[in-house]
Each structure stands twice: as structure tokens, then as C-alpha cells.
Design a protein around this ligand. Structure first.
Ligand SMILES: [Zn+2]
Length: 290
């Protein structure tokens, strides 16, 4: 499974008899090699995360569908590298968009280092938690996993003991939690949700390689965030309570292009700590409570 080093945009790769992936040509510091669109099924298919609205990518998805019937276009969340192609794919195939809820309206979005939101996303039906979508030989079951965004949904494919994890759990990097829509406490609870599904043996993320031994991987993500929280508390003990200074110390070895995103993740931790009564905020200065 991990030997697929020659992944090229537009070429469908088989991951399982029921699962193929098509890489979009949108590589970046935030998307790794690009967004991976998944096709589930053979005679009847679902497309998960159609991706950015790029004609070459939509052509590649339509070619991969071939003579099969497209039952539904499914989105994990509405960042601009995931859902904008849904409308065009629907226009070209007639398939309904059945997936996550539309993005919530946020008045003060603040700086967004992560991909921005696709406000045009208009689902025909929303897959709330536990709802299923079926096709010939497959079932997709919605698992609400807010945190990366408030509307993030993963989809289990029990026939393959697999979960499509979108940006909740990725194969190349930890996810960005960007307040106010991103929520650290919700993200940690959503990691626990995956931990409590022993039946899953593989994750297919929107970015990066498939994740085998997924529970060990998720346990590592939980440990990583707890470590970050510990680092933040130690910096606050030393009166380093300004986010850029905290990022400079905590992310010294990380690509500087990602420092704004890292700052948002630190902010997400601080908001979580404030809600738990552990830290307090005075404008852009943070300190330990009491
Ligand atoms: Zn995202």
C-alpha cells in the first residue's frame, strides 16, 4: 500500500477493489501533493471530495467514473480544496450532492492561513451522523467529526473496514485547527470517536498516503496535541504569552510558510485552555489563570 510513490494528477489508482483515488493538480504547503478525490464502488459509484474547481481534475473524475452510474457526490467539509468541484460534477452528471452541511456563517473570520471556505456549496441532502448512503456492493456511513471545521464529516466504508477521513486525520501532517470555525476540544473529541471504532483497519485521507494501524496513529495524534498543550503551559509559566513568540519557539523546525497556520493551532489550544479555566486572555496577551 505504501509503495505508490509515482502518484500523478489525473490518473485513477486502485487502493481496494471498491476504492480508487484521483489526485488533483493543486499541490501546496497546505495540500501536500494535492487533494485526493475518492471513487467508491464499481457499477455504481460515489465520489468523495470532488476537490477544487479545476477543469482538468473534473475531466479526470468523469473519465474514472466511465460507464458507471454516479450515485452521489459526497464532501467531508467545505474548504476550497475539497468541495467546489461538486457543482460542476453535478451539472455534468446529474448526480445529487449528499454530504456535509454547508459552512456556518462567521462574521469575524479573522486571518485564515488555511484554505478558505467554499460559500457556494449547496448540498441536495445532508449526511447527519449515522446516516448511510448505499450503492451496488457498498455502504457509506457518516461519522460527525467537527474540529478541523465545524461541519467536518468522515465516511466509513464497512465493506472495506475503511474510513475516508478528509482533513480530520491526514497521511502527511497534523491538521490545522483555525478558530473560530476550527475547535480544539471538538477535534480531540472527534479523535476519540475514531479511537472508539475498533472495526476500522485503514484510513484514506484527503491528503497523503493511506493510514494502516489507524488507532495507533490516532493515539499518536492525541499525544502530539497533549504535548503541544504542555509546551504552551510551560511558555506561559515563563511569561511568553504572545502567539508569534510562542510559535517561534514551538515550531522552530517547521516550514516558515506554515507559521501562520501554526499560530492558529496555538490560538485553538489557548481558547480551549481558557474555556477550561486554565488560562486567561488580555487582548493578544495570554497568561496562566490564578
Ligand atoms: Zn480542510
Amino acid at each position: 500500500m505504501h509503495a505508490m510513490t509515482d502518484q500523478r494528477p489525473g490518473i485513477a489508482q486502485t487502493q481496494h477493489p471498491l476504492v480508487r483515488r484521483v489526485l488533483a493538480p493543486n499541490p501546496s504547503a497546505f495540500t501536500y501533493k494535492g487533494t485526493q478525490t475518492y471513487l467508491v464502488g464499481t457499477r455504481e459509484v460515489a465520489v468523495i471530495d470532488p476537490g477544487p474547481d479545476m477543469p482538468a481534475h473534473i475531466d479526470a473524475i468523469v473519465a474514472a467514473i466511465g460507464d458507471a452510474k454516479l450515485k452521489a457526490i459526497v464532501c467531508t467539509h467545505t474548504h476550497r480544496d475539497h468541495s467546489p468541484a461538486a457543482a460542476e460534477l453535478k451539472a455534468r452528471t446529474g448526480a445529487p450532492i449528499i454530504g456535509c452541511a454547508p459552512p456556518v456563517a462567521i462574521d469575524d473570520a479573522g486571518p485564515r492561513a488555511d484554505a478558505s471556505f467554499d460559500r457556494s456549496y449547496t448540498p441536495d441532502d445532508v449526511m447527519t451522523d449515522g446516516r448511510t448512503l448505499t450503492g451496488d456492493g457498498w455502504t457509506l456511513e457518516a461519522i460527525d467529526t467537527p474540529g478541523h471545521t465545524s461541519n467536518h464529516v468522515c465516511y466509513a466504508l464497512p465493506e472495506a473496514q475503511a474510513v475516508f477521513t478528509g482533513d480530520h486525520v491526514m497521511g502527511w501532517s497534523t491538521t490545522v485547527i483555525a478558530p473560530p470555525d476550527g475547535d480544539m476540544a471538538a477535534y480531540m473529541a472527534s479523535l476519540d470517536r475514531l479511537m472508539n471504532r475498533p472495526q476500522d483497519v485503514i484510513y484514506h485521507p484527503a491528503h497523503g498516503e493511506p493510514i494502516e494501524r489507524p488507532h495507533r496513529f490516532v493515539r499518536g495524534l492525541i499525544g502530539h496535541r497533549k504535548q503541544r498543550e504542555g509546551q504552551i503551559l510551560r511558555l506561559l509559566e515563563k511569561n511568553t504569552g504572545h502567539i508569534p513568540a510562542m510559535v517561534a519557539q514551538m515550531y522552530a523546525g517547521v516550514d516558515a510558510r506554515l507559521h501562520d497556520a501554526a499560530g492558529l493551532s496555538v490560538l485553538a489550544h489557548l481558547i480551549d485552555l481558557r474555556l477550561r479555566g486554565i488560562v486567561r486572555q488580555d487582548r493578544d496577551q495570554w497568561s496562566l489563570a490564578a
